[in-house]
Design a protein around this ligand. Structure first.
Ligand code: NAD
Length: 367
């Protein structure tokens, strides 16, 4: 199979971690008989330096022409970088919002998985960490409170601020369909999270999700109120498989879920539109504090590449081979600096970004 992938290495550690993900993808291509065609484009701070804007039409066109986009991360040190003296619409992050909009990405997928080898990093009680967890938070990206009408005006002599939470049936239906499709590739369970005891938008959410569920009789659906979900995530995260939720609840719950894994350098993400196209990137930022030192952890980006194989190209075996390679290097005791925690250097084998990439490449096997 020919895989056309546009890469946006971005800023900070972005180019280092994307280089490692490409190495791993090239090895997958060699082992499984595929052809990877990569095209690199600029976005974020490096695009501001080259073209004066964080996102050019050329980058949008290159992304649209590809089957998928693999991104590193964009942005710089927000206190010291000259990029942050520009007005907000010209800063690096504006590029990210612009490309998400241009590509119509509405479903954000963020897995939270506790690697048994890293459970000391999990801040939960020992029993919860021992049970482990493996969930996928699916967040709606284009509707809800962040995109509703908002204004502040004086009412009866005092300033009053209003934000509105709007959801259309069609917006709920398309993300619900994605969630049930993703559940079919996992443990076939969806927990839909809302606040249906209070909000009209949540009552519509629940109704539409139930309608969609009828087309997926093999997938179990439950509903959970968002306040309960926030508690359950720290009490018993093992109960979750796919968590489906609206924009703001998802923003908060996905950060909570990533915190309980305890290792930011391990978390991939995907943003999908209504075709098989997706933009895949690590959940972390551009880490300008460690850029250029060859100490960044490339695993979140490598796992984002695995998600790309699974969700855009339907290459499950190839994706499994990458995830297995990650488990193997951890089992064998290799760690980048961020995964060392308080461990003594003698307990693990500390490696840099490119060495970690090489170790993963060596462990890509035909399944
Ligand atoms: P960050 O995630 O870049 O860094 C937070 C901490 O985690 C830092 O100490 C960093 O060194 C460490 N870290 C992050 N990723 C790591 C990795 N792969 N390996 C080892 N250590 C890692 O968050 P921040 O410092 O708040 O933001 C830095 C820049 O990134 C900002 O400009 C921010 O706007 C941008 N950002 C971009 C995205 C994106 O492109 N989607 C997302 C978040 C932040």
């Amino acid at each position: 199979m020919k895989l056309n992938i546009t890469c946006i290495p971005g800023d900070g550690i972005g180019p280092e971690i994307v280089a490692e993900a490409k190495k791993v993808l090239n090895k997958v291509a060699e082992v499984y008989g595929h052809e990877m065609i990569f095209k690199d484009v600029l976005m974020g701070g490096c695009s501001i330096d080259a073209y004066g804007v964080p996102l050019t039409q050329e980058t949008i066109d290159a992304a649209k022409a590809a089957d998928a986009v693999l991104m590193g991360s964009i942005g710089g040190n927000t206190s010291t970088s000259p990029w942050y003296k520009l007005e907000p619409s010209k800063r690096p992050e504006a590029g990210l919002l612009g490309i998400r909009k241009a590509l119509g990405l509405f479903a954000n997928l963020r897995p939270a998985y506790l690697y048994p080898q890293l459970k000391e990093a999990c801040p939960l009680k020992e029993e919860a960490a021992a049970r482990g967890f493996d969930m996928m938070i699916m967040r709606e990206l284009t509707g809800g409170l962040y995109f509703g009408e908002r204004y502040t005006k004086e009412v009866n002599g005092e300033l009053t601020a209003t934000d509105t939470l709007v959801y259309k049936e069609s917006e709920i239906r398309r993300i619900a369909i994605k969630a049930f499709e993703v559940a079919r590739k996992r443990r076939k369970s969806v927990i839909s999270v809302d606040k249906a005891n209070v909000l009209d938008s949540s009552r519509l959410w629940r109704k539409v999700v139930e309608e969609v569920a009828k087309d997926y009789p093999d997938v179990k659906l439950e509903h959970m109120l968002v306040d309960n979900c926030a508690m359950q995530l720290v009490r018993d995260p093992a109960q979750f498989d796919v968590v489906l939720t609206e924009n703001m609840f998802g923003d908060i719950l996905s950060d909570e879920a990533s915190m309980i894994t305890g290792s930011i350098g391990m978390l991939p993400s995907a943003s999908l539109n209504d075709s098989s196209f997706g933009l895949y990137e690590p959940s972390h930022g551009s880490a300008p504090d460690i850029a250029g030192k060859n100490i960044a952890n490339p695993i979140a980006t490598v796992l984002s590449a695995a998600m790309m194989l699974r969700y855009t190209f339907n290459l499950d075996k190839e994706a499994d081979s990458i995830e297995n390679a990650v488990r193997k290097v951890l089992e064998e005791g290799y760690r980048t600096t961020d995964l060392m925690g308080n461990a003594k250097e003698s307990e693990f084998k500390k490696v840099g970004c490119s060495e970690m990439g090489d170790l993963l490449v060596e462990r890509i096997l035909s399944l």
